[in-house]
Design a protein around this ligand. Structure first.
Ligand code: NAD
Length: 366
């Protein structure tokens, strides 16, 4: 059996609890994993001056695979944003967010099985911003006036939206390959090319070109506002949707809402040779330390991770065990009960106990 060394970043807030639960169920699959535990986030800021110290990034670079609990983004000058540091430093350009409905989940929708692939490095989230009234901003306003003949109001703040051919090609190639490897049949390019011709227009044209390299996968495009309505009205029509950073952030939460909420939405930040798995949700500080947070999004991120490292059988068994616990509806947290103060809701660690019981019942492929 192959041994895997994996960086584990427990996170902060509810991160400790949900990542402990995820680690326990991943270990219970029997896969041989050596955990390289690395602390990051609020608790290490005092010691290292930033929430994502270099030695944590080095651990991920060395091991190539990491699973991470949510990290609170501290508000304050001089502190690097954790997610920006991770994505930029490791060039994790594709964020894969499957949104799958499991039998037993209370939701307005059933049979939803969508995947969002979000471009992770460009767009309005590239972090190129100019504050209102700063000298550079006023210079930029003059330059835009001179070059583009359009006067921006002098009291404006400005965020720049870069979308490049290279970054668009690689995220679409990734999405088509991911679709093929995971038995998916259709890729939808999401955009606003009718308004932003040189950014979203470029995105769409590059998508159309890349689609020609994958003739066995159906390809279509949707304008983002129409996409939002279609997802609410007929999510069953969609399969893999690829979108720039900002639309991906917003529609990921919409899709999480379709399948029962943030407690069930996993994710994988992926680059050419490194992948960091994490839930879509944040550190939910008000629930920290109370053993109430739903660990299933972290556990399902573990399912994605197991499949990514070649442990498909273990990933399938873990997903089946989680699905069984959800379908039975007993050992689930408050957010999956009919009402928020349901006294039958269990804690984070009890969900892990129940998943482990199901894993122990399931046969292991020989
Ligand atoms: P959040 O996802 O942490 O919480 C929003 C609400 O969703 C919570 O109050 C709770 O009601 C619910 N929720 C979230 N996760 C849950 C779970 N596992 N089980 C049950 N209920 C759950 O979003 P936020 O409050 O906007 O952000 C809090 C902090 O997390 C911020 O500092 C933010 O920057 C950070 N954050 C980190 C990541 C990450 O590390 N990848 C992602 C998003 C937000």
């Amino acid at each position: 059996m192959a041994r895997h060394t994996i960086t584990l970043i427990p996170g902060d807030g509810i991160g400790y609890e949900v990542s402990k639960a995820a680690r326990r169920v991943i270990d219970a699959t029997g896969v041989d994993i050596v955990w390289d535990v690395q602390n990051a986030g609020l608790d290490v800021v005092e010691q290292y001056g930033q929430p994502m110290p270099d030695h944590v990034l080095d651990s991920i670079r060395k091991n190539k695979i990491a699973i991470k609990g949510p990290l609170t983004t501290p508000v304050g000058k001089g502190i690097r944003s954790v997610n920006v540091a991770l994505r930029r430093e490791l060039d994790l350009y594709a964020l894969v967010r499957p949104c799958k409905w499991y039998r037993g989940v209370r939701s307005r929708y059933q049979d939803v099985d969508l995947v969002i692939v979000r471009e992770n490095t460009e767009d309005l989230y590239a972090g190129i911003e100019f504050a209102e009234a700063e000298t550079e901003t006023l210079e930029l306003i003059d330059t835009i006036d001179r070059l583009g003949g359009r006067r921006i109001r002098a009291d404006s703040g400005i965020s720049i939206k870069p979308i490049s051919v290279g970054a668009t090609q690689r995220v679409f190639r990734f999405a088509f390959r991911w679709a093929i490897d995971n038995g998916r049949h259709k890729v939808t390019a999401v955009h606003k090319a009718n308004i932003m011709k040189y950014t979203d227009g470029l995105w769409l044209h590059v998508a159309e070109d890349v689609a020609k390299e994958f003739p066995d996968v159906e390809f279509e495009e949707r304008i983002v506002d129409n996409m939002a309505m279609q997802l609410v009205q007929k999510p069953e029509l969609y399969d893999v949707m690829v979108m720039p950073n900002l639309y991906g952030d917003i529609l990921s939460d919409l899709c999480a809402g379709l399948i029962g909420g943030l407690g069930l939405a996993p994710g994988a930040n992926t680059g050419d040779d490194i992948a960091v798995f994490e839930a879509t949700h944040g550190s939910a500080p008000k629930y920290a330390g109370k053993n109430v947070a739903n660990p299933m999004a972290m556990m399902l991120s573990g399912v994605l991770m197991l499949r990514h490292i070649g442990e498909k059988d273990a990933g399938d068994r873990l997903e089946a065990a989680i699905a069984k616990v959800i379908a039975e509806g007993n050992a689930v947290t408050y957010d999956m009960k009919p009402s928020r103060d349901d006294s039958t809701a269990v804690g984070t660690s009890q969900v892990a106990d129940a998943v482990i019981v199901e894993l122990e019942r399931a046969p292991v492929a020989s």
